[in-house]
Design a protein around this ligand. Structure first.
Ligand SMILES: NC(=O)c1ccc[n+]([C@@H]2O[C@H](COP(=O)([O-])OP(=O)(O)OC[C@H]3O[C@@H](n4cnc5c(N)ncnc54)[C@H](O)[C@@H]3O)[C@@H](O)[C@H]2O)c1
Length: 314
């Protein structure tokens, strides 16, 4: 039995690969596919493949009758998809369709886990979004993810795949360098100060965010491998609701005033427009009842970063 992770060289793809290798799931091969050579992992079950999923024939060449689960994580992130319209649609939508079609042709019923985003929501939203809230994306990235969800839903309805679309909270704290996601600052305002570096925050302290730690979202990915078919194919993953001001208070407690003083504010209306259009609070009753989890506190998220990722980085 084979598991495939597209975007297997990326941030969450690598964390998911580690988690799968240490999980109780039984599989003979874990195939990591990415346009950038995925980092090799010391386990004989792992195979790494550098490939551009938008190239003709690549999706079809990956999936076989031995494939049991596809985690489709490969994507062009939000600000990048906004800047490069054609690339965003090619990777975020066309590739999703090619992979679904390849699953259908290889063996109907493959578990297909698609990583969607809060960016499927936008504009004026209720204070608390729930599973019945209409999808109203206000960015190309959000539109691409919403259409990906519709594809997963329809291929599942026909029995071609057994699909799940997981709408991820903003993941924080992301180790490494800033990326081209509009939400990149969410990690930077914690990570950089704790590493002794200056950073700027482009949004107001009152902005409310819906967050998950990397470890929690990866645990939720593991659950998605075996979750029995439920009522809906699209699931808002649990998160915690925190304002930027509350995040900075937690930073002060964890790293002292010296860390807090490393963050200054420089308003960026383009970033604020995108991030403020996402929900800051979601009713997750259905996901929680299915066994998906949220972090307890933002202080706990910082603590987990300082224990695991900050030490790895230093
Ligand atoms: N991190 C978050 O806060 C967050 C929030 C919501 C949704 N998501 C979604 O979760 C998934 C993983 O996110 P991440 O943070 O690990 O992002 P990431 O950018 O680290 O990983 C995405 C990977 O996709 C690869 N990729 C891009 N184009 C490709 C192509 N043509 N062929 C093959 N590989 C290609 C990239 O090289 C990259 O390694 C994405 O689908 C993202 O949209 C992430």
């Amino acid at each position: 039995m084979q598991i495939i992770i597209t975007g297997g060289g990326g941030f969450l793809g690598q964390k998911l690969a580690h988690a799968l290798l240490h999980s109780s799931l039984s599989f003979s091969e874990l195939l990591l596919v990415d346009i950038q050579e995925p980092q090799a992992l010391a386990d004989p079950r792992v195979r790494c493949l550098q490939a551009d999923l938008t190239a003709p024939g690549v999706a079809e060449s990956l999936i076989s009758k031995h494939t049991a689960i596809v985690y489709h994580l490969a994507a062009i992130v939000s600000s990048h998809a906004e800047q490069d319209f054609d690339l965003g649609w090619r990777v975020n939508l066309d590739t999703t369709r090619s992979l679904l079609e390849a699953c259908r042709q290889a063996r109907p019923g493959i578990r297909f886990v698609f990583t969607s985003s809060l960016a499927v929501y936008g504009g004026p939203l209720p204070e608390v979004v729930d599973d019945g809230t209409a999808l109203t994306p206000t960015s190309s990235y959000g539109a691409q993810k919403a259409m990906g969800e519709l594809l997963v839903n329809d291929y599942s309805r026909k029995g071609y795949v057994d699909g799940l679309a997981l709408r991820l909270p903003t993941i924080c704290v992301r180790p490494g360098k800033p990326n081209r996601a509009a939400s990149s600052f969410v990690s930077s305002i914690i990570r950089e100060p704790l590493q002794g570096e200056q950073t700027t925050c482009p949004v107001s302290p009152a902005l409310r965010l819906w967050l998950s730690s990397p470890a929690t979202v990866v645990n939720n990915f593991l659950l998605a491998a075996t979750l029995p078919r439920g009522d809906g194919r699209s699931i808002n993953l649990p998160g915690i609701s925190v304002t930027v001001g509350e995040m900075l208070d937690a930073l002060t407690k964890a790293g002292g005033q010296a860390a807090r003083d490393k963050v200054s504010f420089a308003h960026d209306p383009a970033i604020e427009r995108i991030v403020a259009s996402w929900p800051g609070q979601i009713d997750n009753s259905r996901a929680l009842a299915s066994g998906f989890m949220a972090d307890w506190t933002f202080a706990g998220i910082i603590d987990s970063f300082m224990t695991h990722d900050l030490q790895e980085a230093s």
